[in-house]
Design a binder for this molecule. Sequence first.
Ligand SMILES: [Zn+2]
Ligand SMILES: [Zn+2]
Length: 173
Amino acid sequence: MTKHTITRQSGTILGETYGCDCGAHLAGRMAAEVHAAEHHQCSVCLGSAEEEPAPGLTRPCASCAGTGRRREQITWQLAHAEAERLITLAVVRGVVDAFAGPFRLSEVADAVRDGFGLPPGRLPVGPRVRDLLLELQSAGEITMVSAPDELIDGTDVVLFRDPQWQRARTLGL
Ligand SMILES: [Zn+2]
Ligand SMILES: [Zn+2]
C-alpha cells in the first residue's frame, strides 16, 4: 500500500505547496486536505500524526489521537461532539464548587469522568473540561493560579500542561 503522508513544502510565489509520499504535488492547503481525505488520512495533520503548535515543537495530532488516520479522526470528532453534549458548564461548575482551595484540570476531569462512569480514553474529557474552565475563567468565576509549565523560546506560546485554578473570592461572604 502506498503511503500518503503529506508534508508542507516551503512557500513559493504561488503560496503554500504540499507534497505527498505518493509523488503528488498539491497546490494549497485545500488540495492537501482533499488528497488526505481521499486516501483515508487525517485532514488536520495530513497523515503525519503530529501537529506543530509552535515551530520546532511537535506533539501527537489531537484530531486523530496521533494515528494520522481519517477513521480515527471521524471517531474522535463524534466523541468530541458527545463530550460537548454530556459535559456542560453546569456539570463543571458543580464539580468546581466542591473544591475549597485550588484545583487542577486533571482533578476536575477525573471527577467528571467518575461522575459519568466513563472509562479513560472513551471521550475527550480533559479538552472539554479545559474549555469550560476557561469559560468560567473569562466569566470571572475562577482564576488561574498556576505558572506555565513551559515557555517556548522565541514565541508567544505558553504551555500549561495541568493548569491550576481557584474559585474567585465571593464578595460579602
Ligand atoms: Zn498521496
Ligand atoms: Zn491527525
